[in-house]
Write a protein that binds this ligand. Structure first.
Ligand SMILES: Cc1ncc(C[n+]2csc(CCOP(=O)(O)OP(=O)(O)O)c2C)c(N)n1
Length: 336
């Protein structure tokens, strides 16, 4: 059932990327992985409360898609969102401080893991209601079209969210009005503990736009360059006024759904097999080494630097003060 990387195994391989690009993707993906590992540790130490959904395994999706964007293009997603924030250029210190509920967090410590935003980086959250961000992302694209500002909105959702009704109401309007939105379904094959084969009559999610005239494509979501290439085509199309596109990213989440997941719905062998054969970071590492763009020692040094950045964010997050009780009712509504 687990098919991440299936297309690559069949020989349909990614396009060319320069050594400098691959190195950048390697760094960006490694930052997300090391950040998430550290967030998991802080959670275990009781420093992060509430929900926390880790993105480990899916890093190539956000890094590849971000490489297809221009400054000002927007991103919106659900609650498995730390990777999207870091890929969008948000600061690791501010994200970690939000996870620990501190004043220097992106939502001043009052949003937590699922509710962070950055207008500056055009990141619109961070949403806990499954599927709700799809309507919001479609609305952002509507605003782009109305303002004629040339921006495109990337709207991410999961395979579980793909069965929510509002996704299809959004698809209809987006296609009807040719809105500049790219829908990205991150098919990591499980919605909490439910495998896609147990919940979906049509498991090829890229076909879900057909009855709205939204073209779709399956992409090897473990291959950052394949993601970037598919992303570029979809983004350019949307920017040119040709309307929405649906990209199904075949990917895999290594960790549990959230930090409290008994993981009885899949075997350890299944997870280990994907890690061994399809890991997105290992794939780029191999491209870098095989292409003569970097050696093991240089990549180890990058890892060391990234671990330093992540350590600093953990220290920053623990040293930042908690919000003052007087802040309890502020930042809830804005005067518009
Ligand atoms: C409207 C709504 N229904 C149910 C839930 C509970 N819930 C939280 S996460 C989740 C699974 C969603 O899975 P998927 O969309 O595949 O995303 P993934 O966790 O794989 O990233 C569910 C059912 C919710 N948050 N909102």
């Amino acid at each position: 059932m687990a098919e991440a990387g299936a297309k690559r195994a069949n020989g349909s391989h990614s396009a060319e990327a320069s050594g400098a690009e691959l190195l950048q993707y390697y760094k960006d993906m490694l930052l997300i992985r090391r950040f998430e590992e550290r967030a998991g540790q802080l959670y275990g130490m009781g420093l992060i409360g509430g929900f926390c959904h880790l993105y480990i395994g899916q890093e190539a999706v956000v890094v590849g898609m971000q490489a297809a964007l221009k400054d000002g293009d927007q991103v919106i997603t659900a609650y498995r969102d730390h990777g999207h924030m870091l890929a969008a250029g948000m600061d690791a210190n501010g994200v970690m401080a939000e996870l620990t509920g501190r004043r220097d967090g992106y939502s001043k410590g009052k949003g937590g893991s699922m509710h962070m935003f950055s207008i500056e980086k055009a990141f619109y959250g961070g949403h806990g209601i499954v599927g709700a961000q799809v309507s919001l992302g479609t609305g952002l694209a509507f605003a782009n079209k109305y303002r004629k500002d040339g921006k495109v909105c990337l709207t991410y959702f999961g395979d579980g969210a793909a069965n929510q009704g509002q996704v299809y109401e959004s698809f209809n309007m987006a296609a009807l009005w040719k809105l500049p939105v790219v829908y990205i379904v991150e098919n990591n094959q499980y919605a909490m503990g439910t495998a896609i084969t147990r919940s979906s009559s049509e498991t090829h999610l890229y076909k879900r736009g057909v009855s709205f005239n939204i073209p779709g494509e399956e992409v090897d979501g473990m291959d950052v360059v394949a993601v970037r290439e598919a992303g570029k085509r979809a983004v350019e199309r949307a920017r040119a006024g040709e309307g929405p596109y649906l990209l199904e990213m075949k990917t895999y989440r290594y960790r549990g759904h959230s930090m409290s997941d008994p993981a009885k719905y899949r075997t350890k062998e299944e997870v280990d097999d994907i890690k061994a054969k399809s890991d997105p970071i290992e794939l780029v590492k191999k491209m870098l080494i095989d292409g003569g763009h970097a050696d093991e020692a240089a990549l180890k040094e990058i890892d060391r630097e990234i671990r330093g950045v992540v350590s600093e964010s953990a220290t920053f997050a623990q040293e930042s003060p908690e919000p003052d009780p007087s802040e309890l009712m502020t930042d809830i509504y804005i005067d518009a």
